[in-house]
Structures are given as C-alpha cells and as structure tokens.
Design a protein around this ligand. Structure first.
Ligand SMILES: *[C@@H]1O[C@H](CO)[C@@H](O)[C@H](O)[C@H]1NC(C)=O
Ligand SMILES: *[C@@H]1O[C@H](CO)[C@@H](O)[C@H](O)[C@H]1NC(C)=O
Ligand SMILES: *[C@@H]1O[C@H](CO)[C@@H](O)[C@H](O)[C@H]1NC(C)=O
Ligand SMILES: *[C@@H]1O[C@H](CO)[C@@H](O)[C@H](O)[C@H]1NC(C)=O
Length: 249
C-alpha cells in the first residue's frame, strides 16, 4: 500500500538520527561539532603562561560525546574548528573525567605542574563521577532501546507494503520509541545545562570555560519530534488502508 511509504520513510529518518546521536565524535574526523559539552582551557593556559612564561602542556578543548571524549587545539585564536584532535576509544559508558584528562596530559609531558598546584576544583570531577556520567549512560541505554523499537517499526513497515492495514499496529512500537527518545533527550538537555553551569561556576576563577552549541540538541530533539509525528502518520496510514481494503471486499 502506498499510504505506508511516508511513515516508513519517517521511521527510517528517526533510526538514522538516533544512530547519529550515538555515533557523533566516534573518530577525530566524524561529527566533531556535535559535542554534548566542550571544556575550554585556553583561559587557564593563558594565565599559566602569563605567570610562569612556560606553556601548560594540555589541550585547548576537551569534548564530550555519547561514546567518546575527544581533545584538540584551536587552530585560530580560541575559535573552532579544532586541529590535532585525538579521541578516546569508543566506550558504551561515558567516562568524562576532566581532572583525569588534564592530569594525564600533564603526566605524559612530564610536567612538574599538577592539578593541585593549578588549583583545579575537584568538585567538577566529583560531579561527573557521581551523577553526570551515570545519567549519560542511562540516556545511552534509552537510545539503544529506542533504536530497537524503531528498527521493529521499519521491518514491520516493509510488511505493511503488502498489507497496509497492519500499519496501525506500528503505533505500538513508535509510541514506545517516543517515550525512550523523550527520556534520552530530556536527560541530555539537563546534563548539558547542569554540567556547563557547574564548570563555569567552579572553574571560572582559574580560567576554565564550558559551553555547547545547539547541534546535538537539534539532532536528539528532531529524532523525538519526527518519531512522534510518525506515530500519527502510521495510525492514519493504517486507517486509510483498512478503509481501502474494506471497499475492495
Ligand atoms: C575559550 O576561552 C577563552 C578564554 O576564556 C575565550 O576567550 C574563548 O572565546 C573561548 N572559546 C570558545 C570557542 O568558547
Ligand atoms: C597565576 O598567578 C595568580 C596570582 O599569583 C594566581 O592566583 C593563579 O593561581 C596563577 N595561575 C596559574 C595557572 O598558575
Ligand atoms: C582561521 O581563520 C581564518 C579567517 O578567520 C580562516 O580563513 C582560516 O581558514 C582559519 N583557519 C583554520 C585552520 O580554520
Ligand atoms: C603538586 O605539586 C606541588 C608543587 O608543585 C607539590 O608540593 C605537591 O606535592 C604535588 N602534589 C601531588 C599530588 O603530586
């Protein structure tokens, strides 16, 4: 039935958008702009340079993604894009630990400076250890569950090409997926604003700055919105096909 082609395409779009949310930042050249959070240390580096005339061997930016952490340098005075980007191995559990990242940069350059002499606030790492990383992991799980539901819809949708009236049943799957995508998107939105507020509050005095652009939020909320719209279209398609078949027989 032609009526189920539109909702099928919408569900395929949701599947792709959700996959992109999970895959963003999985390599130094892949969707680097879609960070959940960027930690900018150029202020700290500038102060250190000013105080000691030596360079602080840490990266300019540490970016958090769903499955990796990437770090790099601003090519142009504190403005993206980044160069010299390296990413952590892909992990299903977010491991964004700012103190550990900075300290391992310092250690790998055998710097005599350490985090306590930089007066790096320990509360930042504690907050990620205690809640933000866990909350991101919960969001990750709901993305995966959403992908499974949407995958079922897409496969079910192929069957509806022969029996359009089955389209109405896809709503059972799309509404479950909508719930999962809503939960994930809400968690990310909350973690993003709370963690940047915390870093900017605690870290401003030593020159740390955290921020984010709207790209990741746009991705995750459009996955939710397209999926919610597809629920409506799927049920209409089911009704239309059922009525159509009713006329045939
Ligand atoms: C990074 O931080 C520095 C110093 O606080 C600031 O001047 C710069 O605009 C920031 N860069 C970005 C991309 O936010
Ligand atoms: C730079 O010097 C100021 C004043 O002594 C001090 O408060 C600050 O912590 C120093 N910053 C760094 C990064 O060494
Ligand atoms: C740096 O900025 C200039 C002008 O703003 C731009 O032409 C150039 O491509 C930028 N360099 C990089 C590496 O992005
Ligand atoms: C950090 O460095 C300061 C001096 O630079 C030193 O006194 C302190 O013991 C160091 N702390 C750690 C945990 O290594």
């Amino acid at each position: 039935m032609w009526s189920t082609i539109l909702p099928e395409l919408m569900s395929i779009t949701v599947f792709i958008l959700t996959t992109l949310c999970l895959r963003a930042g999985n390599s130094p050249s892949y969707m680097q702009d879609y960070a959940i959070l960027s930690l900018n240390t150029t202020g700290l580096k500038d102060t250190f340079h000013h105080n000691t005339t030596a360079g602080l061997p840490i990266h300019d930016v540490y970016n958090l993604y769903m499955i990796t952490t990437c770090s790099g340098y601003y090519a142009n005075n504190s403005v993206p894009p980044l160069v010299g980007v390296t990413c952590s191995p892909v992990s299903w559990y977010s491991k964004f630990l700012p103190s550990t990242l900075l300290q391992s940069d310092l250690t790998s350059h055998s710097a005599t400076t350490n985090l306590s002499s930089l007066r790096f606030p320990p509360t930042i790492q504690d907050a990620f250890n205690e809640r933000f990383n866990l909350q991101l992991h919960v969001a990750f799980i709901f993305y995966v569950i959403a992908l499974i539901w949407v995958g079922c819809v897409v496969l079910w949708g192929l069957c509806t090409f022969w029996i359009g009236a089955l389209g109405g049943f896809a709503v059972l799957f799309t509404s479950s997926a909508s719930t999962c995508l809503l939960i994930s998107s809400a968690i990310i939105t909350a973690v993003q604003s709370q963690s940047t507020a915390l870093i900017n509050d605690q870290g401003a005095s030593i020159g740390l700055q955290a921020g984010y652009n709207s790209k990741f939020l746009a991705l995750t909320w459009s996955a939710f919105a397209v999926n919610a719209a597809s629920s409506v279209v799927w049920s209409c398609a089911g009704i239309v096909s059922a009525a159509w078949r009713g006329n045939e027989f």
